[in-house]
Design a binder for this molecule. Structure first.
Ligand code: SF4
Length: 163
């Protein structure tokens, strides 16, 4: 029987793809096991959309969430004010394509990101203020029935995979 695959943020896998050129490596025995089992599908929505690394930090404007951006009722802007909504939406769609191609029903995504955030994001002020919400990739995946977990929820992800 083929083990179900898991979509995982590339920065959690040690890839230096974050806006600041760093990784956000997740050291966890569960993730290590899934990698060794060949179950991990790595995605970085922002890089796959053609954005450079490093790149300016971006947040969803006005305290909106990823679902609002998908509905064109919100936008994503860089710290300098440049509107990058279309690129971030393109990245979300590419990530979804990868999930569908590999039949991923679960995702482990970096929290806080305007793309990958699953439980919190930043409020658009660029002052480090967290709000409950999700990024555009997390929102799009959930709309398509893919369960999104943050690194803090990795035990729940393991239980869901076993369920
Ligand atoms: Fe990591 Fe997602 Fe940001 Fe890419 S878009 S650097 S995978 S949090």
């Amino acid at each position: 029987m083929t083990l179900p695959k898991i979509l995982v943020s590339a920065c959690l896998l040690g890839r230096p793809v974050r806006y600041d050129g760093a990784a956000k490596t997740l050291h966890d025995t569960l993730l290590d096991r899934w990698i060794s089992e060949g179950r991990v599908v790595s995605v970085c929505p922002e890089v796959m959309a053609g954005l450079p690394t490093p790149r300016p930090p971006a947040e969803i404007a006005g305290g909106a969430s990823g679902a609002a951006v998908i509905e064109r009722a919100g936008r994503i802007v860089e710290a300098g004010g440049n509107d990058v909504t279309e690129a971030y939406l393109a990245g979300a769609r590419i990530a979804l394509e990868h999930a569908v191609r590999h039949d991923c029903r679960h995702a482990l995504l970096t929290d806080g990101s305007p793309s990958c955030g699953g439980s919190f994001i930043y409020d658009g002020s660029f002052e480090g203020r967290r709000i409950a919400g999700e990024g555009v990739t997390a929102a799009l995946l959930r709309q398509q029935g893919i369960a999104v977990f943050s690194p803090a929820e990795i035990s729940a992800l393991a239980a869901a995979l076993d369920g």
